[in-house]
Design a protein around this ligand. Structure first.
Ligand code: RUB
Length: 277
């Protein structure tokens, strides 16, 4: 069994990535802790450490809240099961959203958005193409492009700076979410720029995000990651002394730019969603 520092390290160092996978991985570890030691101090400490590893995503936080109100192995099992199955339920709606011949622009690597797009291709036999944004500084968009290309989906990988150029070729944007908050959609840094570009070009902007991503936390933090993730890719490193490098991992897209959120219950307009939050 891995230790708590090993598990948090896997999460911090991106061996596990995306809000749902982070929550699933953490829940599987917490289940082992609970089986060995129960739901006491050890469990509480582990939950706190895991939550702090990537503090912006809300899924794990919501799961821990649910476990705290009903501290049982069956509660953890039910959450794991729910997280594993929600994507399939959402993906059903891809037939309605994704049209034959369309071009989708997507950002970063979201398990939920990927399942939605893949489902349209495999199950509904829709034929479309995808523009994947590289997603600096860690290039999760490359993973998205590779996964889709493996299925035979025509994919174009673009630099994030090229969104303004390519948005006219897209029919819609589809992204995932780390948190759905009153003030907007929280997702990978740069999502808000894609949303603005889509809005300016009158293209619909869809978010695929299960209901465990609704965020009612008062204390909310945008994770700021180490500067060396940006520094490592600067070609001319001389003369950078005295310059501060900042690396926020997420941003917030105002709801006015979002067309709809698709969760396991269906397609929600932003007004319906706002009411729930
Ligand atoms: C990933 C990211 C994803 C959301 C949703 O950020 O922003 O869009 O987490 O992912 P990071 P999922 O790479 O920093 O984890 O749909 O898999 O929950």
């Amino acid at each position: 069994m891995k230790t708590l520092p090993q598990v948090t390290d896997d999460i911090r160092e991106f061996r596990i990535q995306g809000a749902n996978q982070i929550a699933l991985y953490s829940l599987c570890f917490l289940k082992k802790i609970a089986l060995c030691y129960g739901f006491g101090l050890r469990f509480k400490t582990a939950s706190q450490h895991l939550e702090r590893a990537r503090p912006t995503a809300v899924v794990l936080h919501n799961c821990i809240q649910i476990i705290n109100t009903s501290p049982k192995i069956s509660t953890i099992d039910a959450l794991i099961n729910t997280l594993r199955n929600m994507g399939e339920k959402e993906a059903v709606y891809s037939a309605k959203i994704i049209k034959n011949g369309s071009t989708i622009i997507t950002y970063c690597h979201s398990g939920e958005a990927m399942l939605f797009i893949k489902h349209a291709w495999i199950k509904h036999k829709k034929r479309f193409s995808v523009i994947a944004c590289e997603t600096e500084p860690l290039e999760q968009g490359v993973r998205t492009a590779k996964e889709l290309a493996k299925l035979g989906i025509p994919v174009t990988l673009i630099d994030d700076n090229a969104i303004g150029f390519f948005i006219k070729y897209a029919d819609m944007a589809i992204v995932g979410a780390d948190a759905l908050r009153k003030e907007g959609l929280v997702n990978k840094i740069g999502t808000s720029l894609l949303a603005q570009a889509a809005n300016d070009a009158a293209k619909p902007f869809y978010v695929i995000a299960n209901s465990l991503k609704m965020d009612k936390r008062r204390k909310f933090e945008i994770e700021e990651r180490p500067a060396n993730e940006i520094y490592r890719k600067i070609m001319h490193k001389r003369g950078l002394g005295g310059i501060k490098i900042r690396n926020p991992a997420f941003d917030t897209t105002p709801w006015k730019y979002v067309t709809a959120v698709i969760n396991e219950r269906g397609v929600l307009t932003k007004n319906q969603l706002r009411k729930v939050i």
